[in-house]
Design a protein around this ligand. Structure first.
Ligand SMILES: [Zn+2]
Length: 275
């Protein structure tokens, strides 16, 4: 802001009259309502990284069976549980979302078409951690002992687009599809190793609870979300699912499973649900 007039103007200051660095430290504290800068403890086990896939393929997952469990668990918990980033979300909602909705930039807020997908957000080239054990000296490799991590909320994930691993977050975002600019509705940081389908479950629940004035009509998702429990969740809430079929599906995944016994029946069921 001190050097670049655009940043100062965007932040609502007159160029040349921007506050000092200390003011920003005080300000940032107010945006994050948690005593610690990280949600996870710095001391944790050295986990195995997620296994990558082929170019363009999503990270393989055993998570599909876990999705139903996760949904059941989340149902038991209170959805209005305060989160450290609540104030940021309120600002996002009041200053951006409501303004966009009023200008008609989100499409029809009484029948939103919401597309969801994750994107890698790299924070460092490598995992930053300090060893506490002497396994390496003793020749024990690989070692899965406790370590101290400098960015404990981040971990290694698989970037299927660039075909490589990365360290950081996975920014899972809901966007208003079927609108002029595909603007974001609900951006949410998850650890990089999280599978898209898992992130979707968390985001969907938070979005529905926090943004009650928006009505969800269609969900547009890629093959990573082809899980039976996601279809069931959407259909039970009268949201029309448009989900890519998972070609690696062995009949255990969502749509394939739903329609494997009676393909036509399944199709009709889904179709009738849409109307
Ligand atoms: Zn060790």
């Amino acid at each position: 802001m001190h050097r670049c007039p655009l940043y100062a103007i965007l932040s609502g200051f007159e160029y040349g009259k921007t506050p000092g660095v200390g003011t920003f430290y005080h300000f940032f504290k107010r945006l994050w309502s948690h005593t610690s800068a990280n949600l996870s403890p710095k001391l944790r086990l050295n986990r195995k990284k997620v296994k990558g896939g082929k170019k363009g393929e999503k990270a393989p997952t055993k998570a599909y069976s876990k999705i139903a469990n996760l949904m059941a668990q989340l149902q038991k918990r209170s959805a209005t549980k305060p989160q450290p980033f609540d104030r940021l979300l309120v600002l996002f909602q009041q200053q951006f979302l409501t303004v966009s909705a009023t200008l008609g930039l989100l499409g029809d807020t009484n029948a939103l078409s919401i597309a969801g997908d994750g994107m890698p957000l790299q924070t460092a080239t490598q995992v930053r951690s300090r060893r506490l054990c002497n396994c390496r000296e003793l020749g024990i490799k690989p070692c899965r002992c406790y370590r101290i991590y400098s960015q404990p909320d981040c971990d290694m994930g698989w970037d299927s687009y660039r075909n490589r691993y990365f360290f950081g977050y996975h920014l899972y975002t809901f966007v208003a599809a079927d609108s002029p600019y595909d603007l974001p509705l609900y951006p949410r940081l998850q650890r990089a190793s999280r599978h898209d389908a898992t992130s979707w479950v968390v985001s969907a629940r938070e979005f529905v609870e926090r943004f009650r004035e928006y009505t969800w009509d269609k969900a547009i998702l890629d093959a990573a979300h082809d899980a039976l429990s996601i279809y069931q969740y959407l259909l039970s809430r009268k949201v029309k699912p448009f989900i890519d079929l998972n070609l690696r599906s062995t009949g255990s995944k969502g749509f394939a499973r739903m329609t494997s016994h009676f393909p036509l029946l399944g199709f009709r069921f889904v179709k009738r649900g849409w109307r």
